[in-house]
Design a protein around this ligand. Structure first.
Ligand SMILES: N[C@@H](CCC(=O)N[C@@H](CS)C(=O)NCC(=O)O)C(=O)O
Length: 385
């Protein structure tokens, strides 16, 4: 047994002993007895949480699969963003919310039957690699670009959830209307991102002679830009749209046309557990196919519909490998009821930002933007069968 588990168990035992002592005191008539009972309840809750964590650690130490570890722990640990409205941010009620966040919630609904059983770990860009490599999180869902070196070094990227590209924002007062007019400009960019690497490529390829203000996180990037420390802020276009929404005078800033890179953004799972990778990928597929089949959180079928694809997805007749994945037959019912389909998630978090989906790459593959258009968007997943 590892030292940390032994320590945890000792803590739990100490907690329980203290609890018993407290309860004995509380049973004696005293004015402080109500307070003591409340303290005892808090300690009991803490002891239970420690017990759950210890179970999770023991499962981990015994070589258990990620699925078993998550189940033993009773919650999903998800690395997230807490400063990018629409994708991952703290909302008015103090909850972590967003498009990426709902993927964590969907996985928790699939695996634990409860979308709220998630512990979010805010992770700034430069922390992502070490966080994934440590195995301390089950999943990262946080505007992260799939690249070959990250796939090899950090963990495995599941299918892409949002297709993006890097752009530039400028104050309108700069009177710049294209990226090529940014020659010699000072650029604010966040460290530890693909953004930082792409802008250097763009600079080299086009002799832009940029100067850089490199910042550690989103908040400082915005502050530096708004304080006029740089002429332009660069990041994923979706990040620019989200950031600009948060400015007091959003109308004073323009996002220049065009992109300088491909940014397929998607979740990452730790290396070494194929079943877990397949589970997260299947959850994404559930979200996408539910939308394709026009099943939303308010019309989830619970009895055979006669549409074989729908019945297979919702575990009503046939299946798509739920048992091998370690999921319940009706997992799709749990997921869609809890978070809705891909389109509902998009509309809840990204449509309000003005990130138009129709006709974009983030439309479903089968959503042709017009009658004679050859194809729809790029949102696609392995068929569930
Ligand atoms: N997609 C790029 C950029 C991702 C990224 O971290 N973007 C910034 C700016 S939008 C961000 O979310 N920062 C939040 C933070 O680290 O505080 C990547 O994967 O490297």
């Amino acid at each position: 047994m590892s030292l940390r588990i032994s320590l945890l168990i000792m803590l739990i035992v100490a907690g329980i002993l203290a609890l018993v002592a407290c309860q004995q005191q509380a049973s004696e008539p005293s004015e402080a007895s109500a307070m003591m009972m409340a303290e005892a309840e808090t300690m009991m809750a803490e002891a239970e949480a420690m017990m759950e964590e210890a179970q999770g650690m023991m499962a981990e130490d015994s070589g258990a699969s990620r699925l078993e570890t998550v189940k033993a722990r009773g919650n999903l640990i998800c690395a997230s963003n807490n400063s990018l409205a629409g994708f991952g941010a703290i909302d008015a009620s103090g909850n972590t919310a967003g498009f990426d966040i709902d993927l964590c919630r969907a996985v928790a609904a699939a695996v634990l039957g409860n979308a709220d059983s998630v512990e979010f770990r805010p992770t700034v860009a430069a922390e992502r690699g070490p966080t994934m490599q440590s195995g301390e999180v089950d999943l990262m869902s946080r505007n992260t670009t799939w690249t070959s070196s990250r796939d090899a070094q950090w963990g495995n990227f599941t299918p892409t959830m949002f297709y993006d590209g890097q752009g530039f924002m400028v104050p309108k007062s700069l009177n710049v209307s294209s990226m090529m007019e940014l020659q010699g400009a000072t650029i604010c960019v966040q460290q530890g991102t693909t953004t930082e690497l792409n802008v250097q490529d763009f600079d080299n390829q086009n002799n832009m002679n940029f100067e850089y203000v490199v910042v550690p996180d989103n908040v400082s990037a915005n502050e530096a830009y708004l304080a006029g420390q740089c002429d332009s802020l660069t990041t994923d276009r979706s990040g620019l749209v989200s950031t600009r929404e948060g400015f007091d005078n959003s109308g004073d800033h323009t996002i220049l046309a065009g992109t300088i890179s491909e940014e397929p953004l998607g979740p990452v799972v730790p290396h070494g557990d194929e079943q877990w990778y397949d589970i997260v990928s299947a959850v994404m597929a559930i979200l996408i196919y539910a939308e394709a089949y026009e099943i939303t959180s308010s019309n989830v079928p619970t009895a055979v519909t006669g549409d074989t694809a729908v019945d297979r997805l919702f575990g009503l007749e046939g299946g798509f490998g739920q048992e091998t994945l370690g999921l319940s037959e009706t997992v799709a019912q749990d997921v869609i009821r809890a978070v809705g389909n891909y389109g509902e998630i998009y509309d809840r978090h990204l449509t309000p930002l003005g990130l138009e989906r129709e006709g974009s790459r983030n439309a479903l593959w089968n959503a042709a933007p017009c009658g004679d258009c050859p194809k729809g968007g790029q949102v696609y997943a392995a068929p569930l069968r």
